[in-house]
Design a protein around this ligand. Structure first.
Ligand code: IPE
Ligand code: IPE
Ligand code: MG
Length: 265
């Protein structure tokens, strides 16, 4: 189990242990070039490769990429179909390379909605890289932050039906093990390309204390240079986790006192 940033102050460093990215702007990248939207998705695969490589080299422990949201089914059926094909092709072509570089693949989301062939390739990709000890690459597919929390709640209650009768007894630590990324540190750095400033139902629970970085760069143009800008921005952040800046500077460690008297003025 990873450290919960709301229960314990996590150890942090200059390089984010976990980077989570919303890869947005493929359609607009294509439109700017008078190309069909799907050309942007195809080009986006190159940006995925470059990002995986740069993160692995930099020593990132976990990289989570939002590939398809639980709301993306609302898109035209042809576009959804191309996205599925690109995912399948990427699994067929890239897993061997991931394995060669010691990168472990994991896919999170409600995979039951995908066709059998895609589900099989996902399972194979995960199995083929399960032994890898380098970076973990997490692909979020048919993923939604609300789905994750609901799914975790259902699983928790299936294992602990006693909690349903005693909701006051439920602690964060009861639910946390059932969340999709329970075995990874919470994201230190969130990046969204494409200029929008929103979370779009990504890792709602896990982003509690994550540093946010937004760039106007469209996803197909993203790569090492853009990623390094995000890393530089990250190193300039002061992560306070609820404390004051003065406490951090004095190195004073303060724990939850339990109860505090109200000072009379
Ligand atoms: C992100 O790019 C890819 C997916 C959501 C699958 P978009 O397709 O959302 O690109 P824009 O936002 O329309 O430019
Ligand atoms: C978020 O992008 C989902 C992925 C990148 C997979 P969207 O383009 O779907 O987000 P909205 O609809 O603009 O919020
Ligand atoms: Mg978009």
């Amino acid at each position: 189990m990873s450290v919960s940033s709301t229960q314990q102050i996590p150890e942090t460093g200059a390089i984010p242990r976990h980077v989570a990215i919303i890869m947005d702007g493929n359609g607009r990248w294509a439109k700017k070039r008078m190309l069909p939207r799907v050309a942007g998705h195809a080009k986006g695969v190159d940006a995925v490769r470059a990002t995986v490589e740069t993160c692995a080299r930099a020593g990132v422990q976990c990289l989570t990429l939002f590939a398809f949201s639980s709301e993306n089914w609302r898109r035209p059926v042809e576009e959804v179909s191309v996205l599925m094909r690109l995912f399948l092709t990427a699994l067929e072509k890239e897993v061997a390379l991931l394995r060669k570089n010691g990168i472990r693949l994991r896919v999170i989301g409600d995979l039951s909605a995908f066709d059998a062939k895609l589900q099989e390739m996902i399972a194979r990709g995960e199995a083929d890289t399960a032994h890898c000890k380098g970076m973990t690459l997490v692909v979020a597919a048919n993923y939604g932050g609300r789905w994750d929390i609901l799914n975790a709640t259902r699983q928790m209650l299936a294992v602990r039906p006693d909690l349903a009768a005693n909701p006051q007894a439920i602690a964060e630590s009861d639910l946390a093990p059932y969340l999709a990324l329970a075995d990874q540190p919470e994201p230190d750095l969130f990046i969204r390309t494409g200029g929008e400033h929103r979370v779009s139902n990504f890792l709602l629970w896990q982003l509690a204390y994550t540093e946010f970085y937004f760039t106007d760069c469209f996803w197909p143009d993203f790569g090492a240079e853009e990623l390094n800008k995000a890393f530089e921005s990250f190193t300039r952040r002061e992560r306070r986790f609820g404390r004051t800046s003065e406490q951090l500077q004095s190195g004073q460690v303060s724990t939850h006192p339990g109860s505090v008297e109200v000072l009379s003025s």
